[in-house]
Design a protein around this ligand. Structure first.
Ligand code: NAD
Length: 256
């Protein structure tokens, strides 16, 4: 029987890339995201790979909507076998001008939603004696950059959560790991280039070369596929002894 993966924020960017990679391996896919055409995107991926799917526009700021999404997934597929907490937003501002509502939204979407999804899938994973939790953190879960207080706090926080889940899951067949990407050219980064131009008083090219790729030794954006294949590996049987790690895929950024 096919395994089922739920990927939050999977109708764009890295999440969509992971959905494609897991669908290519025959997984049932639970899509989630706020894109207006999310249902269409999900249907296209599922049709392309001939897999079963569900699309949920659940807002990751709403615990009740998260629980409903997981109940619907379990009703259709029995259990969520692989949970990928990927939904995320960014906001760039010096600390003294950082808006409170942006702080709350980033902590809510990038960190707290992973608590709510995990809590909701845990019982079935435990009963099955099998589960894989993959949290998409960031190089910013390991090191900081200025003007990203909420994002860096949330991404460090999700690494802490990952370690706790690894310990609690160890006796019940559940592994938990984090992936820490460097810059991947997705919509979240496109918007950030504009924000960074204002924050740093730089041109677009200066932001890409100095603020973003300046930190990555390999000087290239990370391909979405590199993150997707790492997630597939962490979900595979070959990775059954890997738990509690934070895997940088960052072109050498955090080596520096
Ligand atoms: P993206 O903007 O392309 O995708 C983000 C997804 O999250 C979208 O589908 C969006 O609808 C969804 N989302 C946002 N708010 C939501 C909410 N309230 N409820 C439900 N869904 C919501 O960005 P991406 O680059 O693909 O980012 C995916 C993850 O990877 C994020 O957690 C991000 O922090 C992380 N990341 C990205 C990069 C990068 O350079 N792109 C680097 C490191 C980590």
């Amino acid at each position: 029987m096919s395994k089922t993966v739920l990927i939050t924020g999977s109708t764009s960017g890295i999440g969509l890339g992971m959905a494609n990679a897991f669908a290519a391996q025959g997984y049932n896919i639970i899509f989630n995201g706020l894109e207006a055409d999310g249902a269409v995107i999900a249907q296209e991926v599922a049709t392309k790979h001939g897999v079963k799917h569900l699309f949920s526009p659940a807002n990751m700021l709403e615990p009740e909507a998260i629980r409903e999404m997981i109940a619907a997934a379990e009703a259709q597929f029995g259990s969520v076998d692989v949970l990928i907490n990927n939904a995320g937003i960014q906001y760039v501002s010096p600390i003294d001008a950082f808006p409170e509502d942006k702080w709350n939204a980033i902590i809510g979407i990038n960190l707290s939603s992973a608590f709510h999804t995990t809590k909701a899938v845990w019982a079935k994973m435990k009963a099955n004696g099998y589960g894989r939790i993959i949290n998409i953190s960031s190089a910013h879960g390991l090191v900081a950059s200025e003007y990203k207080s909420a994002y860096v706090a949330a991404k460090h926080g999700i690494i802490g959560l990952t370690k706790v889940l690894a310990l609690e899951g160890a006796t019940v067949g559940i592994t938990a790991n984090a992936i820490c990407p460097g810059y991947v050219h997705t919509p979240i980064v496109d918007k950030q280039i504009t924000d960074q131009m204002v924050a740093h008083q730089m041109t677009r090219e200066e932001v890409i070369q100095h603020v973003m790729l300046g930190k990555q030794a390999l000087k290239e954006f990370i391909p979405v596929e590199a993150i997707a294949q790492a997630a597939l590996y962490l979900a595979s049987d070959a990775a059954s002894q890997i738990t509690g790690i934070s895997l940088p895929i960052d072109g050498g950024w955090t080596a520096g």
